[in-house]
Design a protein around this ligand. Structure first.
Ligand SMILES: Nc1nc2c(ncn2[C@@H]2O[C@H](COP(=O)(O)OP(=O)(O)O)[C@@H](O)[C@H]2O)c(=O)[nH]1
Ligand SMILES: [Mg+2]
Length: 451
């Protein structure tokens, strides 16, 4: 399966200015010669302008780039054909290639070949998929770093430490008859503790990255009619939620992805919390209360006019321990002393806002990103890790904890070395050195066709 020649469109099947078809495998050059009806004197990595002909009829004029193994994405001979972006043309070229015995690639098969040929490890391969799917600037930046090996190197540094440590422990096995303590227990405990710390730190950064790429939940809460939906719409720059002067308009939770200073946030507009007017509103309110519970970050909206009400106080009480932003909305229609009085009553940091004029919008965006950055301090040094990587790092933490216990109990060095090998295996699975086939299948099947 891994030595035949494959092809796939790398661009989606829509009308566009150009489309790209990729070919990889030993038959690449033969295929090019055949579809161009001439021996292509093709210099690797140079663009060539040619016509594809089929039974005397032109199929399209294209640009082709040939890459000679191993200097290609997959490490094999490869070509990229840039044709006009008509799905019928792409289809015709694909059929021509299939007629030459070149098979349609599976999703992610080009990257899988790159992995098999040692062009990249699994953390880098997965990062490439993240670049394509990223929904925030932060995710793109972090994925790019990871594609360049940031996570691979972090794992590699830990592995090197573990290998050195295991060598010391194994030296102890050889000398055990002579009662020479090669590595005193105290030093061994220290080394295990250091490695434990390194892995735990990496795990924390991976968890942070995982959360940030999922998007951070931010709930917009407050009494009815204070302007929550107006604020959502303003942030999204789109009339997403119904705004009306009738209290209790929003009943379901409206969740929308949003990018703030490069970070991916999921904004949740909620039903206003107050004494419900009917059953549906009452359901909406209990959903809002649940959302307050489950959201790490809250934007509380207060009305600048009319002072602080009992419902405001009750919501303030519910979010006492949350990371929050308190917005005083509708400052455009409030008298300055009214606003001052309100601020005095709250005695917490507040941001003045008007969903009508847009006043305070940049302050709000900055406040949201500051809130997130304060919570995730290592935001710029985190990794885009998926469940697979987090699971393996958790396993690694358990492995090194077990090593520490074995040392503390003065168990034989053979047993300690064995546990260290399990740790090395967990780390190797992250980078893909010993990853089982079925796991590779599931990783690469999540890629796009042609990637
Ligand atoms: N003057 C003024 N009116 C606003 C402002 N924000 C919202 N409103 C109005 O307040 C009413 C309730 O707004 P809405 O967004 O539906 O509030 P929600 O119930 O909290 O979602 C609507 O009539 C809005 O036009 C604001 O900043 N200034
Ligand atoms: Mg609303």
């Amino acid at each position: 399966m891994l030595n035949d020649t494959i092809c796939a469109p790398s661009t989606p099947p829509v009308h566009s200015s150009i489309a790209v078809i990729r070919i990889s495998g030993a038959d690449t050059l033969r295929a090019l010669n055949s579809i161009f009806h001439s021996r292509v004197d093709i210099k690797p990595r140079y663009a060539l302008y040619r016509s594809i002909i089929h039974e005397g009829d032109p199929v399209d004029d294209v640009i082709v780039i040939f890459y000679r193994s191993p200097r290609s994405y997959t490490g094999e001979d490869m070509a990229e054909i840039f044709c006009h972006g008509n799905p019928m043309i792409v289809q015709k070229i694909m059929i021509l290639l299939h007629g030459l015995g070149i098979r349609m690639a599976q999703p992610g098969e080009f990257t899988r070949r790159a992995f098999m040929n040692g062009k990249l490890d699994l953390t880098e391969a997965e990062a490439i998929n993240h670049i394509v799917r990223a929904r925030s600037e932060w995710e793109i930046q972090t994925s790019l770093k990871q594609m360049h090996g940031s996570l691979k190197q972090a794992i590699h540094r830990i592995r090197t430490r573990v290998i050195e440590f295991r060598a010391d422990i194994e030296a102890g096995i050889d000398f055990s008859e002579e009662e020479i303590d090669v590595l005193p227990q105290e030093q061994a405990l220290q080394a295990a503790g250091d490695i434990h710390e390194l892995i735990a730190d990496l795990l924390a950064r991976c968890r942070t990255g995982g959360q940030l790429s999922q998007g951070i939940d931010v709930a917009i809460v407050g009494r009815p009619n204070v302007g929550k939906s107006s604020i959502l719409n303003l942030l999204l720059n789109q009339e997403r939620a119904i705004v009306s002067s009738i209290p209790g308009t929003t009943r379901d939770i409206i969740r929308e992805p949003f990018q703030v200073n490069g970070m991916h946030v999921n904004l949740n507009d909620t039903a206003g919390i107050d004494t419900p007017g009917d059953e549906i509103e009452s359901i909406g309110i209990s959903l809002s209360l649940q959302k307050i519970e489950s959201s790490p970050f809250i934007i509380l909206v207060l009305d600048a006019t009319g002072g602080l009400r009992a419902a405001d106080l009750s919501i303030l009480d519910k979010i006492r321990n949350k990371k929050k932003i308190i917005l005083i909305n509708k400052v455009d229609i409030a008298a300055p002393d009214e606003i001052d009085r309100l601020r005095g009553e709250i005695r917490e940091k507040t941001t003045l806002f008007s969903a009508k004029t847009g006043e305070g919008l940049n302050d709000l965006k900055d406040a949201i990103s500051k809130l997130i950055k304060n919570e995730f301090i290592e935001i710029d040094n985190s990794f885009i890790a998926n469940v697979r990587i987090v699971d393996l790092l958790e396993q690694s933490v358990r492995n090194i904890a077990a090593v520490g216990e074995l040392i503390a109990r003065q168990e034989p060095n053979e047993i300690i070395a064995f546990e260290l090998q399990s740790l090395l295996d967990s780390l190797s699975e992250i980078t893909g050195e010993i990853t089982p086939e079925d796991i590779l299948d599931s990783i690469f099947s999540r890629f796009c066709i042609g990637k």
